[in-house]
Write a protein that binds this ligand. Structure first.
Ligand SMILES: Nc1ncnc2c1ncn2[C@@H]1O[C@H](COP(=O)(O)OP(=O)(O)OP(=O)(O)O)[C@@H](O)[C@H]1O
Length: 281
């Protein structure tokens, strides 16, 4: 977890690098409607709405504890909503499905920490993802297939790990592990990818490469990215939704977001609190 306020202060006022995305007119493929989540009486999400369009790269931002991760958890079925629904394709209500059913409907979820199998090779990790019916024991027994399928070669190329299929996943850098996990999700041909802070802990170079990868993925898939790194968010012409205290605060382009006084107040107010807390220690 990083302090959001520390990252955003002056960056909110920098000029946009790219024009606003052109996905505004594509159809909505997933909509979370009036979602609320209670954890033992504490309302982590309160009447939240989120609409995701086809091939849209959509950032979900907000201060620590705003409810961003909880929203992703509701969409992928990890957390049950207390009320509201999540419609896929306008008709299938995901809040009535189990997490594995949601995954098989084409919703891929990546958590913040990489969760590849470190003792398996890159190829074995991909093979496991490619065949969800195959158990890890089956993969271990088979070890590596003799040939890498063209589909897998394409994924290795796309995630920036061409020729690395024989390496142990545990020996990859943090960023490379994140890419491998994204590749494992891509093998399942998702229609929606949910990514939680994909560039956290990455080097600058890895962050830039991840940005390119996300742009590429969004050509075939809709992507929701929970992100704290405002500079990273600014490098996309993407839709941005701001959450605060479990609710929708503002939605629009980065330019629209940064000129909203309520957004500034949330971040700058938070920053003042951080400073006050730091100076009292
Ligand atoms: N399982 C849980 N039980 C109780 N409270 C929880 C649980 N999960 C999250 N919360 C609380 O719900 C609120 C929203 O958490 P969430 O992780 O969704 O926020 P976030 O916007 O993703 O924050 P961050 O950017 O810090 O990850 C927080 O106050 C958090 O402490």
């Amino acid at each position: 977890m990083q302090s959001f306020a520390k990252k955003v202060d002056h960056k909110l006022s920098l000029p946009m690098r790219h024009p606003v995305s052109e996905t505004k007119t594509s159809p909505v493929i997933l909509s979370a409607e009036n979602i609320s989540v209670s954890f033992g009486g504490f309302m982590a999400v309160r009447g939240m709405n989120l609409a995701l369009r086809k091939h849209e790269l959509h950032f979900l931002i907000g201060p620590n504890g705003a409810g961003k991760t909880t929203m992703l958890d509701v969409i992928c079925g990890k957390t049950k909503a207390s009320s509201g629904k999540v419609l896929l394709g306008g008709e299938v209500d995901l809040t009535r499905k189990r997490d594995y059913e949601i995954a098989s409907l084409g919703i891929g979820r990546k958590f913040q920490a990489p969760s590849v199998f470190p003792n398996l090779t890159v190829q074995e990790n991909l093979e496991l993802a490619a065949d969800r019916n195959r158990s890890i024991f089956h993969t271990l027994r088979l070890r590596r297939s003799d040939t890498v399928t063209p589909k897998m070669l394409g994924i290795l190329e796309q995630i920036g790990l061409p020729g690395r299929e024989g390496e142990r996943a545990g020996s990859l850098s943090h960023g490379e592990k994140q890419w491998l996990e994204i590749g494992m999700l891509l093998l399942q041909k998702p229609s929606v990818l949910l990514l939680d802070e994909p560039v956290a802990g990455m080097t600058d170079d890895e962050t830039v490469k991840t940005g390119e990868l996300l742009k590429e993925i969004a050509k075939t898939c809709s992507v929701v990215v929970v992100e704290h790194d405002m500079e990273f968010v600014r490098s996309f012409a993407a839709k941005v939704t701001v959450m605060h205290e479990g609710q929708l605060l503002k939605e629009g382009s980065m330019a629209e977001i940064q000129h909203d006084p309520r957004v500034a107040e949330v971040y700058l107010g938070k920053r003042r609190e951080d400073h006050a807390a730091a100076s009292s220690h």
